[in-house]
Design a protein around this ligand. Sequence first.
Ligand code: MG
Length: 454
Amino acid sequence: MNKDEKQFSTDRRNFMKTFAMGSAAGFLGLAGNKVNATPYEPAAYAKAMAPVKIKSVKAIATRPGGSNLIVVKVETTEPGLYGLGCATYTQRAFAVVTAIEKYMNEFCVGRDVDNIEDMWQAFYVSSYWRNGPVLNNALSGLDEALWDIKGKRAGMPVYQLLGGKCRFAVPLYAHASGRSIDDVVANVKRYQDQGFKFIRIQLGGYGGVGTVPKTPDFKAAGFGGETDNFMDEYAYLTGVPKMFEAVRKACGEEIELLHDIHERNQPMDVINMCKKLEQYRPFFIEDPLSPENTHWWKQLRESTTVPFAMGELFNNINEFVEPMVNHYFDFIRIHISQIGGITPAMKVARLGEWFNVRTAWHGPGDVSPVGHAANLHIDLAVWNFGVQEGAYHFGEKEQAVFPGCPTFKDGYAYVNEVPGLGVDINEKEAAKYPINNQAPGWTVRKYDGTIIRP
Ligand code: MG
């Protein structure tokens, strides 16, 4: 052992001796640094982040406004601290409740509320088979509830945790429908008077359902169910350009017009119709292709210059990558609970910024006020926001069940400016409106009775 090695050996022995004595001051002295040995006292803001565990996860199912709504409530070991997240899958609500109560609760109890990404990834793969709407919606309930809790712990609205506001409020688009073109025009004017700058126009139901008075052959033949809808493809394809022309003429150039094809037509018919719509400058045309026809994107995109919005039926964020990098569409139509919550939606939103694709989150009536709030918090925080769907006229019953619903004024939506997502739940009120199996029907048929995909 040379001189240096001996010195090292002695130092090491002294270090181990001191360490064994448990003397922090001795350790600091050996290290030779002038460090204040006073025990670390976290600042007040840091104390707020002391570990908190999940105590229970449950589903609250309610139907105050006529749609089945599912909300996840995550209760914690911190008295009074809980979070809420939207897990609404109206059409299969009972299946989501089962997923939450039979699998998610047991999975979550005892875990740290802070590690949202880790919780998301762990639950996502915990069933091995994944990407279905039932488990994705359950996962969204958990994810949004954890963001709600994080906001409450930080003392900030969730949009602050996502980067803060990019805009003072969120521009909305309203739905103006009508059985005739005159009715559509009247409804557009009504929404213009309310301050809306973006209005979606539809003649009848999706695909023009309900606007053709004649009885289809399949009904006359007694084929299909009594409540099955009939879509006249020709009437739809020729009616939409006429509707755009009339609305532009009557309501002016300033209003932004949107339309939802709802994936119901043949790709070549869509291309032909969209070419006719170019002259009316639509803000976007939504869902031109069904998920089964995505291989038509390139041809569609190269055939017309109308902007497209797409993605509410996508199950997995990876489905957005190829259309984005190829510039196939212009707006992201994620249904945030369907994709698994705020965490995955933020990833797609951020990816969109790289490709000049803007957000237009799905915001129909069968999203809970908690889910609408989640939409809005992201809308406020991402730079590449496009527009938000929804008119946000929450009824008295919904407001009693969900205190703190987002509010609406002059075409803009506002979140409740409190820590978290800003929407609470009154469980007693929620229990007054049990869910049922009367979800909206999606059975639409051609003349001969062939099913049309929605
Ligand atoms: Mg749609």
